[in-house]
Structure formats: C-alpha cells, structure tokens
Design a protein around this ligand. Structure first.
Ligand code: ADP
Ligand code: ZN
Ligand code: ZN
Length: 781
C-alpha cells in the first residue's frame, strides 16, 4: 500500500446535494488530525466553492489520486465523536437517506454555517478563507501556524434570539372582514403556534412585515425571544422528602441490579397511573450519577418534559441538570451542544425526542417516560423512532434503557413476553388512592339528553358538583361543531384542498380545516346552492363548554383545555392552575387532559364519545383508544376520595370495553396480540407504508396508477413482500394533492427496502410525483 492510498477519505456533505464524496487529505497536515467525525472544509464543483463536510472513513483509494480534490481544512477538534457518527450512519441506513442529510437535520444551525474567516490570535488579524484557499503558499504558512495553535476560525454567529411572533389576544379578533392578509396571518399563528418572523416571511412573502406591524399595533400579536416563552410553572406541589413504598423499593432494586451489570439492558416499568414511576426513575438516576455516568430522560411533549424537569430538580438539585426541546433557539441549541460535548462531570438531561442528537457521552441510563406515546416517532422531515435510537445508544454505550408506561405499546409488551425486555410492575397507587370504578354508558339505551350527556352522566355530574368535588370531561374534538350542514341542499362544507369537512370555531367565527389549516370567514356561502343558512352539527369542546356553562348552576365555573384555549402564552398554566386551586369545578378538554395531570379533588371523569377513533382504518386504532381512555381514567380519584369514570358509547359490544373497565392491560394485550397474529400485523410482520401523491387534476393520473399497479404486482412476484394496494389513502385529497398508498408487509426490513428502492426506480423521476416510505407508520391516514 502506498502512502497516497492511505490519505483518502470519504466525506459527508452537510449541504445539498448531501452526497458522500471521496477526497484526498493534504500532506502538510499530520495524519492524526484526520479522524472519523472531524468537520472539514471541502471544495466542490467546477468553481471549487467551499462546503462543510464530515469525515466518515479512510478509504483504500480506487482511483488515481490526482483526480481527487483535496480536503481544504479541518475545523475544531473533538466535536463529533466517531460514536456519534456511527449513530447517524445507522439511522441513515435504516431510513435510506444519506448521512449528510441526517447530519444537516440534527446538528444545531451554527454547525452547518460555513465559516468565512481565519483568525490569527497573536497578530490580531483576520484572513478570508477564500483568499487562503486560492493561495497555496499562504496556505502552507498558515498550516504551520494552525498546528502551533495560533489560528482558529471565526465561529459563524447565529442570531442569539430568534424573534417569535406570538398571539396575545384570544379570539374574537378586531379585524375587518376584508383584511385578508391579517386574517391569514392570525389563522396561521393560531393553528401553528408561535412562529419565527423568517418562517412567516417564507410563507407569506415580504409584505408580512407591514401586516405584522399592524397586528402588533392592535395588540393582537407580540414579538418575543423563544426563551421568554418557557413555562416553568407547574401545578405539582413539591414534597421534598419521600420514603419509597415497598413496591417502589423493589422496582428500584431490580433496576439497580440491571445497572450493575454494565451492559445494554432494556426494562419496562409497567406501573398503573399514579403508582409513583417518576420517583423510581429519579432515584435510579441518582445511583447512576454516583457511578459517574450520565442520564437521559425523555418525555413525550414539552409540558410533560417541564414537569419531569421540575421533579428532577426537586429530587436531584439544579446542578448538572439540563432541559432541552426542539423549539429552543438555534443559539441555545448550539451552546448546549458545545457545553455537553466538553463536559466531563456526569449530568442529567431531560428533554423531548430530539435530545437524542446532542452529544451524549458516557450514558449509563436512558429513561423513556410514557413510552407508548406516538410523539416518539418523528414523522416530518427526518423520520425516526426515538425508541430505536435510544436502543442504539444503550447498546453502544452499555447503558440501561428503561421504558415506562401504564399502557405499554403492544410491541414493547410482546418483547417482554419474548424475554427480550425485563419487566417490573407497580400495581398499587401511592397512598390512600385507588383506581376509579369505570362504567360504560350505552347511548343506544340511554341517549344523550343533556347536550351530549346521557342522563346518567348528567346526574352524576350534578351530584359531584354538589359535594364540592371536581370533574374532568374528555371530548377529543376541538372547535365548536365538526360539521356544517347546508339547510337548503344538505351539502356539508368541505375544505377545497382536502375534501374533509370544515370545523366551525365559534369564538373565532371561522371555519377551519384541521388537516391543512385552511380557514374561512363564517358565515360562508354554500358552494353548491348559494344559500348561507348552515346548521352546525355535532359538538366539539367549545360547544361542550358553552353547554355546561349555560346549563349548570351559576356557581359552577367551567374551563376548557385544548389547543385553542392554550394558544396564548401562559394560558395553559393559567387553566391548570385555576383548576388545581378549585376556582373552576369542571374541566373540559381534548386528549391534552389525559396527560399526566395530578388533581386530587377530581372524582369524576366523563368521556363523551368513547368511540371516536375506534373505526379508523388503522390496525392500532383499538390500542390507541385503550391507551387514551385508561390514561384518562387515571386522572380521577388520585386523592383520598375514590373516583368514578363514565364512558359513553354507541358500540357497547366492542371487545375493548371489558379491559378498559377492569383496567386489565394484560387481558387486552392477549386479545390484541391474537388479532394481530391472525391478520398479520406488527409485531408479527414488518409493516411499511408507501405514500404516493400528485396534484389534484393531474392529467397523467390514470397512466400513473396503471403503471404503479403493474410495477407493484411484478415486484411482489420476485420479492417476498405482501402488498395491499395501491389504494386511495383514507384522506384521499390533502393540501391539494391526491394521495394513494401501498401497505407493505414482510418478514424483514431489508425486503421492504429493496421493494421500495426498485419501485422508486421504476416509477422514475417526475416533479409532479411525491413518493415516500414510512417504516412502521404511526398514522395511516
Ligand atoms: P405515575 O407517573 O406512576 O402516574 P407519579 O410518579 O406522578 O405517578 O406519582 C403520583 C403521585 O404520588 C405524585 O404526586 C408523587 O409526588 C407522589 N409520590 C410518588 N412516590 C411517592 C412516595 N413514595 N411517597 C409519597 N408520595 C409519592
Ligand atoms: Zn347548499
Ligand atoms: Zn384542508
């Protein structure tokens, strides 16, 4: 082997086209500088424009070396470790995207911006990188200085606080009906939450600044750094000294035993709601810190991450404790990235799924709380399942991975049964509290008479309020009415981009598509008959709140917790706080209600429509309902008074009820797993969804569908993949695109990927067509 062959490296580009390229490394840098994970500057294309890349591996060159370009310069040392890069490569392989593209998605923005200048420390001088690149002798001189530690880069600045536009006034808003731009922006902000000015500019164009100015003058929006949006307050009352219950003690001992083995292990903590899982996690974290290793605790969403963080602070103190989530500013993300990278003391990091992409060295423990939550799968941009990455990290760092839930993912429990995962149970609630009694109300026999409430539920509600206790009412549908029905021609108002019915939001006086965010003023004119007498049908949380406020005694106050009521900054904390203080007696809300809240005075839970979602064309529909309703039931009776839960249904014979009523996870699991085996669904097969879409009204549609069918049939003959489809997606039209899908089932992922790769190739390039592969889809719509 000659020397030249040794000095060739594969590089992942961090900018489009994100390719993986081969470069030589210049001889005037010593060999040891080049290592896997090193960020480098490389020239690209005819003009040798400089790009950022990351060294992947040393190659035995196949080409005559003269033809290869040279890496120009190494950036800072020891930023991305080889381990970090291997994790990215593993993910890249699984998702069939280039590692460069993944790095571009997961690294903080500052690490992807090209530095422009060298800085010579002792001469207090800056040099343009381009000038150095163009001048070989200067380049060689500078190398010597660099190696002597006298040269560095001017680190590109990212804006220290990205200004977020934030709605500060609840609807109705004082905007003229014909001020279309203002409406559009307000509706966008309301549907999407606080948004940076630059994003708004991208969506609405340069006129946005004038519109924002007007909205700010009216007091509708404000501009804030995202740091100020942090909401630290929780309703959790700090009780500092706990002694563990015997169950908690036992769980801790078992987990500690696993920890001592210092090899990758996975354990499920299956503990009913209110059984004190969090304290077990934190005690375990203490042990890990004592051993000098770090801890990562993941929560499914920001509000719960804050809750975990506060509990962690209470138990472990603020030292070496960090919080992280995706909406932090680019600057904060970058700072934390550097800080954790150089940190030698063990730490605890609490965060959402994207925390996995921080430099986490020396991990001894990873905890995934509410492991069944669907938000652990990221579905947009970069698709990944946090549990898989966590497992990868646990394996590579010989750490313990703890999954916690009252309603574990069926797949997790299957792995327990297969003895791949340890199981620890917590079967008792803390203190005096016991699980609530759950009852089913058959709406066929006992129809809704009081608004959406059956008489049983209404009477129970009155009784509970009479006693001065509180109730929570779940209705998983936001807005006022989900359907708007034309009284003249009986048509339903639909979104023009998605063909789904528009939801009427009364306070906003708007009709909103919950899939694409389209929003229209109300009243509208029927597109079929021109009439404008519409009848709102069915109810959402907004109408439910209105009904209760109008029909219950004047003394009773009703609050609502859903996306609309929590849009304004701080409003979620206000609502939860008011309810916790007993200012209101009834809390109405969507699934947000089911998440982790602890209100000891709640003794009644009502679920307005237990069937919502049960009929969805998705093999996980029942599992999801089981999880939601069990978690919801877990909100009642957490104090000293026993609780009761009523579920209204039109399907009293569905098999899931028995298990929900008896809080029988195991029983549900046995049924569900049998069904999955019979119909060949995960965990018995690997499942993937191929999505294909094109603009509505595209004239090549018929040809494409015929071709697609032929391709799929032919491929299915040669590769062992079972294909359902192509068929129209359940939401056939979304955002102006017509959508089709194929469900792929196989015994291994490799066959599925092979299938998809060939399919993609045969369909060929066409700008109108979008094709994507979703492994183990969470949403099948
Ligand atoms: P889970 O996450 O299992 O639903 P939590 O961890 O939220 O349950 O605990 C439920 C409640 O019990 C919390 O208010 C918590 O502070 C309290 N708690 C937990 N462990 C103990 C203990 N050993 N002694 C007293 N209170 C406890
Ligand atoms: Zn009509
Ligand atoms: Zn729509």
């Amino acid at each position: 082997m000659t020397n030249d062959e040794l000095r060739t490296w594969t590089v992942y580009l961090l900018s489009p086209p994100y390719s993986t390229l081969t470069y030589q490394v210049p001889k005037y840098f010593p060999e040891h500088i080049w290592r896997k994970g090193q960020r480098v500057l490389v020239p690209l294309g005819k003009k040798n424009s400089l790009r950022l890349g990351v060294l992947a591996r040393k190659e035995k060159s196949l080409f005559p070396c003269e033809q290869l370009k040279y890496v120009f310069w190494p950036l800072e040392e020891d930023l991305l470790t080889p381990d970090y890069l291997r994790m990215v490569e593993d993910l890249a392989k699984r998702q069939m995207v280039s590692p460069g593209k993944i790095l571009a998605q997961v690294l903080p923005r500052g690490l992807k911006i090209l530095p422009k200048k060298f800085i010579l420390a002792d001469q207090n001088k800056e040099l343009s990188i381009r000038d150095v690149f163009d001048d070989e002798s200067l380049c060689q001189t500078l190398t010597k200085e660099w190696l002597a530690g006298k040269v560095s880069f001017v680190r590109p600045k990212v804006q220290s606080n990205t200004q977020l536009v934030n709605v500060v006034m609840e609807p109705p808003w004082p905007i003229m009906p014909n001020a279309r731009a203002q409406w559009q922006v307000m509706d966008f902000l309301w549907e999407n939450g606080p948004t940076t000015k630059s994003t708004l500019r991208r969506v609405f164009g340069p006129n946005i600044y004038a519109v924002l100015k007007r909205l700010a003058q009216k007091g509708l929006v404000s501009f804030q750094s995202d740091k100020s949006l942090e909401t630290k307050k929780t309703t959790h009352v700090a009780k500092n000294k706990y002694s563990l219950t015997s169950e908690q003690e036992r769980a801790l001992k078992y987990l500690f035993g696993l920890l001592q083995q210092e090899r990758a292990e996975v354990a499920l903590v299956h503990g009913i709601t209110g059984s004190g899982k969090t304290l077990v996690y934190l005690e375990l974290a203490k042990q890990v810190l004592k051993k000098g290793r770090s801890v990562l605790i993941l929560g499914p969403e920001i509000a719960l991450v804050w809750q975990l963080f506060n509990r962690a602070q209470e138990q472990l103190g603020p030292k070496d404790l960090y919080i992280y989530y995706g909406t932090k500013s680019a600057k904060e993300k970058e700072d934390l990235f550097f800080e954790l990278n150089k940190k030698s003391d063990p730490f605890v990091l609490v965060g959402t799924r994207s925390s996995l992409f921080l430099p986490l060295k020396n991990l001894g423990l990873i905890i995934i709380d509410e492991e069944h939550a669907e938000s652990y799968k990221q579905e947009q941009n970069l698709i990944y399942q946090a549990k898989e990455i966590a497992y990868y990290l646990a394996r590579s760092q010989k750490a313990l991975l703890v999954l916690g839930s009252a309603t574990p993912d069926i797949k997790t429990y299957f792995a327990v049964e297969k003895k791949q995962i340890h199981k620890i149970e917590l079967k008792k609630r803390i203190g005096q509290s016991i699980l609530p009694a759950v009852h089913l109300v058959d709406l066929g026999a006992s129809p809704a008479q009081f608004g959406p409430l059956s008489s049983v539920c209404y009477e129970r509600l009155l009784e509970v309020l009479d006693k001065g206790e509180q109730a929570v009412i779940l209705h998983n549908r936001r807005g006022y009415a989900p359907i708007l029905y034309c009284e003249q021609c009986q048509e339903v108002a639909k979104c023009t981009h998605c063909q789904v019915s528009l939801t009427y939001h009364k306070a906003r006086q708007r009709l909103v598509c919950h899939y694409c965010g389209l929003s229209l003023p109300f009243p509208i004119i029927c597109s079929h008959c021109g009439s404008c007498s519409f009848l709102p049908l069915g109810e959402g949380t907004e109408k439910l709140e209105e009904f209760l406020a109008q029909n219950l005694s004047d003394k009773v106050k009703v609050l609502r917790l859903d996306r609309d009521s929590t849009r304004r900054k701080g409003s979620m904390e206000e609502i939860l706080d008011k309810f916790a203080r007993g200012w209101a007696q009834v809390l109405v809300g969507t699934q947000m209600l089911s998440k982790g809240h602890d209100f000891p005075n709640v003794t009644l839970g009502i679920i307005i429509d237990g069937d919502l979602g049960l009929g969805l064309p998705d093999y996980r529909a029942t599992e999801r309902i089981f999880q939601l309703l069990t978690q919801m039931a877990g909100r009642a009776g957490r104090g000293n008074k026993p609780g009761e839960v009523y579920i209204q249904t039109r399907n009293p014979n569905h098999y899931c009820w028995d298990y929900i009523l008896n809080n029988d996870y195991e029983g549900f699991y046995v049924q569900e797993i049998k069904r999955r085996e019979k119909f060949a669904y995960p965990p018995f097969v690997k499942l993937a969804l191929v999505r294909l879409s094109f603009p509505v009204g595209w004239k090549e549609k018929e040809n494409l569908l015929i071709k697609l069918k032929a391709i799929v049939q032919e491929l299915a003959r040669s590769i062992k993949v079972n294909v359902l489809g192509p068929a129209p997606a359940p939401l056939q039209v979304l955002k102006g695109r017509e959508r089709y899908q194929c469900l792929l089932k196989a015994s291994n992922w490799l066959d599925i990927k092979k299938f998809y790769a060939l399919m993609e190739k045969r369909i060929g390039q066409n700008k109108k067509i979008r094709l994507s592969l979703d492994l183990d889809p969470v949403s099948m719509l």
